[in-house]
Write a new protein. Structure first.
Length: 266
């Protein structure tokens, strides 16, 4: 037994001691020679996210159709400093009153479907993520921040909506350095088509009847009304109430003087 104990002690003594290697810290980049101030960012004044009529109706239509949170992806067309959301896509997902989670297979299926339909360019424009906060304020939760970091490639437009058309928007930039621009202005795109007046003119023509106004004093008519109460009626010709056969416009002297101006419209 003593011999075995000596052999064990000898083998332990011959073992090399383990070397502990500490993590190498970040090497200093150098001496700071600029002023020690916060980093400033300059943003273009015309920077905005634009919702087309179709995208606006899709987003709020889906959001207001359920008390649960919903998510959707959108295609973005960039024109200068304007990021135009042309269309949203509602994917397979699970949601509750306080959360929403997209199905990863649904995102892949969307891209595959667009490519199969010959819309490869549109598939590359899926750079918007939108979700709803029913009965809550519009804000970015920690989960939202994580989702934005996971979805952003070069840039990502993110939108959150809530009751009464409340909306908040941010743009995450991944390269060359991570940057987040929050509270981006969101505007509703005005249709470019000219306003069709024919439809409204037809509705006015069928609804509004013509009324002739008299500028003659009404005192005389009121006196006559008191004396001939039983015979007073409403006159469609002058727009006043008077005794039958006593319309003030029957006398040409009571006709209103109309300005002879070609720009004057009735």
């Amino acid at each position: 037994m003593q011999t075995q104990d000596k052999d064990k002690a000898k083998s332990k003594a011959e073992e090399k001691p383990k070397v502990t290697i500490n993590a190498i810290p970040n090497w200093p980049t150098g001496l700071i020679i600029s002023k020690n101030e916060k980093i400033g960012v300059s943003v273009a004044e015309d920077l905005a996210v634009v919702l087309t009529k179709n995208a606006f109706e899709q987003l709020f239509g889906w959001a207001y159709s359920t008390p649960r949170e919903i998510s959707c992806l959108g295609s973005v067309l960039r024109e200068g400093n304007r990021f135009i959301i042309e269309q949203f896509y509602l994917l397979k997902q699970s949601g509750s009153s306080v959360g929403t989670e997209l199905d990863q297979t649904g995102m892949a299926e969307l891209v595959e479907r667009l490519i199969a339909e010959g819309k490869r360019e549109e598939a590359g424009q899926i750079k918007c993520w939108a979700h709803s906060h029913p009965n809550m304020d519009v804000f970015w939760s920690n989960t939202d921040d994580t989702t934005c970091r996971l979805l952003v490639n070069d840039y990502l437009v993110s939108i959150v909506v809530s009751n009464n058309f409340a909306i908040r928007c941010r743009i995450d930039i991944a390269v060359p350095v991570p940057v987040v621009f929050d509270n981006i202005p969101v505007v509703y795109q005005i249709p470019k088509e000219n306003l069709s007046m024919a439809k409204y003119a037809e509705e006015v023509r069928n609804t509004v009847s013509q009324k002739v106004f008299s500028f003659a004093g009404t005192d005389q008519g009121q006196d006559q009304g008191q004396d001939n109460f039983g015979s007073i009626h409403y006159c469609e010709y002058c727009g006043y109430r008077h005794a039958e056969g006593e319309c003030p416009l029957d006398d040409a002297e009571n006709w209103p003087q109309v300005l002879n101006d070609s720009d004057f419209m009735f």
